[in-house]
Design a protein around this ligand. Structure first.
Ligand code: ADP
Ligand code: ZN
Length: 607
């Protein structure tokens, strides 16, 4: 059996394993079943690809998305691994041919769609060939409690049961809630597995929450800041995807779109445009992304708040898989909660459930939505909030989220608070009650302020404040219980038992998110420092042309991180090139000549 370190270096070009990888690989190599729960970007693929190459036999990888197998296999072939896929995108003739070659030992790793497993041809192959391992990727798809239930995943256990020699079974997922975990263990039939749970933290991701007045403008501002970097914009409905994508295109941004309502051909073409860097921005529903391993996604922006933190962290986690600094921005609006509730009440998946199960599922979904909303409105560290949600401990500040960075300031709002409460009381005496917008206008004597309020003493007393500042103060007063939102048809503000306290105290300090938007937007996008930027640009161009002629995405040739390594360490010979992080033996032989030539040329010119 070959050493795992040798395989890692030879095929993937890395010198060391990330945390958890070695332990997982050892267990699999010893023949032990495994369930690994690791966040997106932690490096799951290497965990099953390395054992597959350590000794004899074939590894089957069950994967849910037909459209992505091609890319996964393409990347493996680039690294010199003999791999293939069998799914409905092949004609019956091609499938037969692939199985015939597989029988002859042509492949070490075979990706297969779960729907194929129980077909007679595949069963016959599996029984005859030397299948040592079966890996189930995105294993949460087997669970009805998870968010991506796929009935075809239930056939995995049946498939394994039909084989006369039981292969070693392993399962990988990023979803970690207890119910889903129990389902995976039971429904896949894992036997005394090692259960590995990785830490959930992704330090290179910066989390931001904003509540912009105009989401389109906020989005556009961010995209301009990112300056052509690759990223995903998630929307909660197909309609929103269409509208946002259209808006971005009108603004001259190379955006493409993806949702379940599009024709297969368009979906595939758009996905490829994004993977191959022809479109910089993908606007999509949550149908997009499972299994996507595009490593250079620099940002994930949520145009709408997702239904729960599980979904949010999985989707946001598609940013920064290469370990580079990346941003995850949630554009929150209270309307998102209403949409979320609507989805829960009208969930299509639940139509077939009996009323009792359905009520329970809806109750759980409501609770998850509530926690998601807390995330969107918390003044605490966002990373800490996520980690605690997934059952981990976290320090009170991470220093790399919008709340830690400079989102909140402690401000004394006593003078303004007195006027606000006075205003609400005086209006009450007139038999009136208003919401935040109207109150803000009255206090600032702004155009459109209710005429009936003009007679009150408080009218115009806060004319020096901006609408945004005044609304932030109103929000804070509600949050701290000095005012309450009425239960009636309209969200009007009312006094509370605590209201009088604003008159007694000298000061009233609250945390205000005044600077958030400015702070988040004014700050520069993650810096991409490289020793020789000019060379880096040439290397990128070289990579693109090599990728084009090989028909693979650019990152399958080398990742951005690897190109930066090259630009920094300036390898002039193949031997030096082999020492670069991310360069394996096959890629060294295949590309060493061209990349070292580019380096030599650059050095000669600059001397
Ligand atoms: P996951 O499937 O867990 O979301 P991937 O398997 O796609 O993550 O890996 C994410 C990125 O991390 C890939 O670009 C991969 O090449 C890289 N990676 C994985 N393991 C290592 C390692 N030991 N050293 C350096 N990079 C790694
Ligand atoms: Zn933080």
């Amino acid at each position: 059996m070959q050493q795992k370190e040798t395989i890692l270096k030879q095929y993937f070009g890395y010198d060391s394993f990330r945390s958890g990888q070695a332990e997982i690989i050892d267990a699999m190599a010893e023949g032990r079943d495994l369930l690994a729960i690791m966040p997106t970007g932690a490096g799951k693929s290497i965990c099953y690809q390395v054992p597959a190459l350590m000794d004899e036999g074939i590894t089957l990888v069950v994967s849910p998305l037909v459209s992505l197998m091609k890319d996964q296999v393409g990347a493996l072939l680039q690294a010199g691994v003999r791999a293939a896929y069998i799914n409905s995108s092949l004609t019956p003739g091609q499938q037969q041919e692939a199985l015939r070659r597989a029988m002859m030992g042509a492949y070490k790793i075979i990706y297969v769609a779960p729907e194929r497993l129980l077909t007679p041809a595949f069963l016959w192959f599996a029984e005859t060939a030397d299948i040592r391992r079966v890996t189930v990727d995105e294993a949460h798809c087997v669970s009805q409690w998870g968010q991506d239930f796929r009935p075809s995943y239930l056939s995995v256990a049946e498939f394994i049961g039909k084989l006369s020699r039981r292969p070693v079974l392993s399962a990988f997922t990023a979803t970690a809630t207890a119910g889903v975990r129990q389902d995976i263990l039971a429904l896949l039939g894992l036997e005394e597995p090692l259960v590995y749970m990785a830490g959930y933290d992704r330090p290179n991701l910066e989390f931001c929450v904003e509540q912009p007045r105009n989401k389109n403008l906020a989005l556009l501002g961010h995209l301009r800041d990112f300056g052509g970097k690759s990223g995903i914009v998630y929307c909660s409905t197909r309609k929103a995807v269409e509208a946002v994508c259209e808006f971005l295109r009108q603004q001259g941004i190379a955006a493409t779109r993806y949702h379940a309502g599009l024709e297969d051909a368009e979906r595939r073409a758009n996905q490829d445009d994004f993977l191959y860097d022809r479109a910089e921005v993908m606007v999509a529903t949550n149908a997009f992304g499972m299994g996507i391993d595009k490593s250079n996604v620099s940002f994930v922006i949520h145009y709408n708040m997702p239904k729960d933190l599980e979904s949010y962290y999985q989707e946001a986690g598609r940013a920064g898989r290469d370990g580079e600094p990346a941003k995850c921005i949630l554009l929150y609006s209270p309307q998102d909660v209403i949409t979320g509730r609507y989805f829960i009440e009208h969930g299509r998946d639940e139509e077939e459930m009996d009323p009792e199960t359905r009520a329970k599922v809806q109750e759980q979904a409501s609770e998850r939505l509530k926690r998601m909303t807390f995330y969107a409105t918390t003044t605490d560290c966002l990373r800490g909030f996520i980690l605690r949600y997934f059952g981990e401990t976290a320090p009170s500040e991470c220093g790399n989220c919008s709340n830690c960075k400079d989102g909140f300031e402690t401000v004394d709002i006593a003078p303004a608070a007195k006027q606000v409460v006075l205003c609400v009381e005086q209006l009450h005496r007139l038999g009136r009650a208003y919401g935040k917008n109207a109150l803000s206008a009255i206090l600032r004597a702004a155009p459109g302020a209710k005429a009936t309020a003009a007679s009150t003493e408080a009218f115009g007393t806060l004319a020096g404040l901006s609408d945004a500042a005044l609304r932030a103060i109103l929000d804070a007063l509600v949050r701290e219980g000095y005012l309450a939102v009425g239960e009636g048809e309209y969200p009007v503000l009312e006094t509370t038992e605590k209201s009088e306290e604003v008159f007694s105290g000298e000061s009233l300090t609250v945390k205000l998110k005044v600077a958030t938007r400015r702070a988040v937007r004014g700050e520069k996008a993650p810096t991409e420092q490289s020793a020789n930027p000019e060379l880096l640009a040439q290397l990128k161009a070289l990579r693109l042309s090599l990728a084009r002629s090989a028909g693979v995405p650019a990152y399958a040739v080398f990742t951005d991180a690897t190109l930066r390594e090259i630009a920094t360490h300036l390898p002039r010979t193949n031997a030096e090139f082999a020492g670069i992080k991310g360069v394996g033996t096959v890629k060294c032989n295949r590309y060493g000549e061209e990349f070292t030539a580019a380096v030599r040329e650059y050095l000669e010119k600059s001397n």
